[in-house]
Design a protein around this ligand. Structure first.
Ligand code: CUK
Ligand code: CUA
Ligand code: CA
Length: 641
C-alpha cells in the first residue's frame, strides 16, 4: 500500500507495466483517483476541449436545441439513491420526468396514495416496507431485436427488488422482491423467447445476485458456503419463474439476440468475503446460462427450493455441469474481476471488460452454443480476442459499425476499438490496429451507452458517459459534487466531446433510443380505475363505524366538495378523480398536518387513507398550478370532536 498509494492512477507508464493490479495497488486506488484530480485539473485536456466541438460535428450532431425544438431520442436513466427512473431528452440532456419506483416521492404522492403503496409493499401496520433504494441498471423490452416501447425494468440493489415501468404512461406498475438473493445488481430482459422461435419479443427478465449468502439465510459465518443465484422474472406477471444456484457470483447481465443465452460476469469466483480474497485469483469468469435447458429442467422437476420461497432453484454449479451436452451453465474464463458484459449489435459477441486487468475479452456466442452441443472441445475456444485496451475497463457501448467504446475508469478515458481488428490481433496478426481513438473524459467514467447501442438498430450517433467524479467541471456546492454526464459525438472516426451535464448521484446505467419507439398516452380513461368517481354527483361522505370514505372529483377550478366533515380519530379514505380530460391539466391535493400530498393527472383516480387528527379546520388545497383560480381551488376538512 505504501508504494502504490503515492502513484497517480492515471500514470500509465507505471500502471501499464502491470498485467494485473495487485491487492496493494487496489487499496491505493481511491487515493490514486484523488491524486489525478490535482494533476488533471491544472492541465489542458489531452484531446478535444469541451466547450468547442469542431464545426463540422457541431452541425451534424449538436446538443443545443432552439427553444421549442424537441429532442430526437429518449434516455432512460437509473436514478441511483433516489430510487427512481429519470427520463431525459437527448441530445439536449434535458431531464423531463422522474418516475418514482422504490422510494416515496411527494410530487406524485408515490408511497402516499393507496395505489402506489400497494405496488411498493407495506408492513402489517400499513407503513411502507422500505423507504430507501439504490437503482443501478435499467433496460427496456425488445421485439425483433429492437425496443418495442412496452416496458422498462430497473433494479434496487439494497432490497433485491425489480420494478417494471409501463412506457405508455411512464409509471411504475409492479415491484417484485427476489427471494434468496442479496445485492441484486445486473438486469437484462431477453430479446426473444428461445423455446418458441415465433415469439420474437421479451418474455422474461434476468437478474444477477451479487452478494453470496447462506441458503437459507441462517447467519452462518463461514463465507465459503455462501451462494449467489441468477434469477428469471416473468415479464408479464412479474413473478420469479426460476433461479439458478451457481459457483461464484453474478454482477452485470447480457442476453443474446436469439434468446438462447444469457450471461453474467463474475468477479468473485473465489467466493471470498474480503476484497483481498475476491481479487486473489488471476482469472474469474463470465457464466453463460442455457435458457431452454434451464426451463426444461424446471419443467422436469429437477429443482429444489430454499426457506419459505416456492421458486424452483436448479443446480448450475460447475461440479454438476461437466457434460456440455446436458450442462445448464458454462463458465468461460476471463481475466481478474471483470466488470460489465455487453452484447454487440451484430448479435455475434459478448464483451467482458477487465476492470483489474487492462483487457477486453470478446466471446463468440456461436462457439458457446457449439460447446453446449458437444461440438467444441474447449470452452476457451469461444474466446476470440483478449486484448489490452487501457486501465480499469468497465462498460462497453457500440456504434453498429463494428466498433466498441469502453470506459477506462483509471485512465479517465473512452477507448474506441474495432472488434474485428482485435480478433485478428488476437489470432496473431500483430499489425492489426484495433485501437481507433481515445478521448479523455472528466473524470473516472463508469457507465457508457450509445444511441440504440444494444439493439440491432445501433445508429452510432451519440454516446453518453457517466463520470463518477466532476471535480472542477461545475460550480462548487459544498462537499457533495454532482457527477458529470458527458455527451459525445460518435458519428465520426474521432470522438468529439459535446457537452457536460451535472447529475445527482448516483445514476449508473442508462439507455438511449429513438423517440418514435414509444407512444406515450397523456390522458387516462376513467375506466382504468375501479374506484373512479365518475360523476360529481357521486361525491360525498359515507360512514361505516370509525371508517369514513370521502368521494370527490376535481375540475378546474374546484373540488366537487366545498367542505366535508369527519371525526377526530376516524380512519378516512379519500378518493379523488380528476374529471378534467385536457392534456397537461393535473391537480394536486394536500391536507395540512396529515402527511397527505398527491396529484391526479387528467382522468386519473387516486386514494389516500389517513387518521383524522385533532379537531379543527384543515384547508385541503390544490398543489399543482392548474388555472387562474388555482390558489382558490380548495376544500375544507372539518374535524369534529
Ligand atoms: S455498476 Cu455502476 S459503474 Cu452497478 Cu452498472 Cu458499473
Ligand atoms: Cu387544481 Cu391547481
Ligand atoms: Ca476475483
Amino acid at each position: 500500500m505504501k508504494d502504490d498509494s503515492t502513484l497517480s492512477a492515471s500514470d500509465t507508464t507505471v500502471w501499464g507495466r502491470r498485467r494485473f493490479l495487485n491487492t496493494a495497488a487496489l487499496a491505493g486506488l481511491t487515493m490514486g483517483a484523488a491524486a489525478c484530480t490535482e494533476k488533471e485539473s491544472g492541465a489542458a485536456p489531452a484531446t478535444a476541449p469541451a466547450a468547442a466541438p469542431d464545426a463540422a460535428h457541431a452541425g451534424a450532431n449538436a446538443t443545443h436545441l432552439k427553444p421549442g425544438e424537441l429532442d430526437t431520442y429518449y434516455g432512460l436513466w437509473s436514478g441511483g439513491h433516489t430510487g427512481d427512473m429519470r427520463v431525459l431528452g437527448l441530445p439536449s440532456g434535458r431531464e423531463l420526468l422522474r418516475i418514482p419506483c422504490f422510494v416515496p416521492d411527494a410530487l406524485v404522492g408515490w408511497g402516499i396514495t393507496n395505489e402506489s403503496k400497494a405496488i411498493m409493499g407495506t408492513k402489517p401496520n400499513g407503513a411502507l416496507r422500505y423507504t430507501v433504494g439504490d437503482t443501478h441498471h435499467t433496460h427496456a423490452s425488445y421485439k425483433d431485436g429492437n425496443y418495442d416501447g412496452r416496458y422498462a425494468w430497473i433494479n434496487d440493489k439494497i432490497n433485491s427488488r425489480i420494478a417494471r415501468i409501463r412506457l405508455d404512461y411512464f409509471i411504475c406498475d409492479k415491484i417484485t422482491q427476489l427471494p434468496n438473493v442479496q445485492g441484486f445488481h445486473g438486469i437484462f430482459p431477453d430479446k426473444r423467447d428461445p423455446v418458441d422461435p415465433a415469439i420474437n419479443y421479451t418474455t422474461r427478465v434476468f437478474c444477477g445476485g451479487e452478494f453470496g449468502i447462506p441458503l437459507p439465510n441462517s447467519g452462518l459465518e463461514d463465507a465459503g458456503t455462501y451462494r449467489s443465484l441468477f434469477s428469471c422474472v416473468d415479464a408479464e406477471t412479474m413473478e420469479v419463474r426460476w433461479q439458478v444456484l451457481i459457483d461464484g457470483n453474478c454482477d452485470l447481465v447480457a442476453t443474446s439476440y436469439d434468446g438462447k443465452l444469457a450471461a453474467s460476469n463474475q468477479y468473485n469466483t473465489e467466493m471470498g468475503a474480503r476484497y483481498e480474497d475476491m481479487m486473489s485469483a488471476e482469472r474469474d469468469a463470465c457464466i453463460f446460462f442455457n435458457i431452454a435447458r434451464i426451463e426444461a429442467a424446471v419443467k422436469a422437476g429437477k429443482f429444489k427450493t430454499f426457506g419459505s420461497s416456492k421458486v424452483p432453484v436448479v443446480d448450475g454449479t460447475q461440479a454438476t455441469n461437466q457434460d456440455p451436452t446436458t450442462a445448464l451453465t458454462a463458465y468461460v474464463s476471463v481475466p481478474k474481476n471483470p466488470h460489465g458484459v455487453n452484447a454487440s449489435p451484430d448479435q455475434k459477441y459478448f464483451i467482458c471488460a477487465g476492470k483489474l486487468s487492462p483487457t477486453a475479452t470478446v466471446i463468440e456466442l456461436a462457439k458457446v452454443l457449439e460447446w453446449f452441443d458437444g461440438k467444441v472441445e474447449k470452452l476457451d475456444d469461444a474466446i476470440v480476442a483478449e486484448v489490452e485496451i487501457g486501465l480499469g475497463p468497465l462498460h462497453t457501448a457500440f456504434d453498429g459499425r463494428g466498433n466498441a467504446y469502453t470506459t477506462l475508469f483509471l485512465d479517465s478515458q473512452i477507448v474506441k476499438w474495432n472488434v474485428d481488428a482485435a480478433i485478428k490481433f488476437h489470432a496473431g496478426d500483430k499489425a492489426a490496429k484495433y485501437v481507433v481513438d481515445r478521448l479523455d473524459v472528466q473524470y473516472q467514467p463508469g457507465h457508457i451507452n450509445g444511441s440504440q447501442s444494444e439493439t440491432i438498430a445501433a445508429d452510432g450517433k451519440y454516446l453518453a458517459v457517466g463520470c463518477k467524479f466532476s471535480k472542477d467541471r461545475f460550480l462548487p456546492v459544498g462537499p457533495l459534487h454532482a457527477e458529470n454526464e458527458q455527451i459525445i459525438d460518435m458519428s465520426g472516426e474521432k470522438m468529439v466531446l459535446l457537452a457536460d451535464h451535472p447529475v445527482r448521484g448516483e445514476p449508473h446505467d442508462f439507455i438511449i433510443f429513438k423517440r418514435d419507439l414509444v407512444k406515450p398516452k397523456q390522458v387516462y380513461s376513467l375506466d382504468d380505475f375501479p374506484n373512479a368517481v365518475k360523476d360529481p354527483k357521486d361525491s360525498g361522505v359515507v360512514r361505516n363505524g370509525k371508517k369514513v370514505t370521502v368521494k370527490m372529483t376535481s375540475q378546474a377550478p374546484a373540488f366537487s366538495l366545498r367542505e366535508f366533515k369527519v371525526k377526530a380519530g376516524d380512519e378516512v379514505t379519500l378518493i379523488l378523480t380528476n374529471l378534467d380530460k385536457i392534456e397537461d391539466l393535473t391537480h394536486g391535493f394536500a391536507i395540512p398536518n396529515h402527511d397527505v400530498n398527491f396529484i391526479v393527472n387528467p382522468g386519473e383516480t387516486a386514494s389516500v387513507t389517513f387518521t383524522a387528527g385533532d379537531p379543527g379546520v384543515y384547508w385541503c388545497y390544490c398543489t399543482h398550478f392548474c388555472h387562474a383560480l388555482h390558489l382558490e381551488m380548495r376544500t375544507r376538512m372539518i374535524v369534529e370532536a
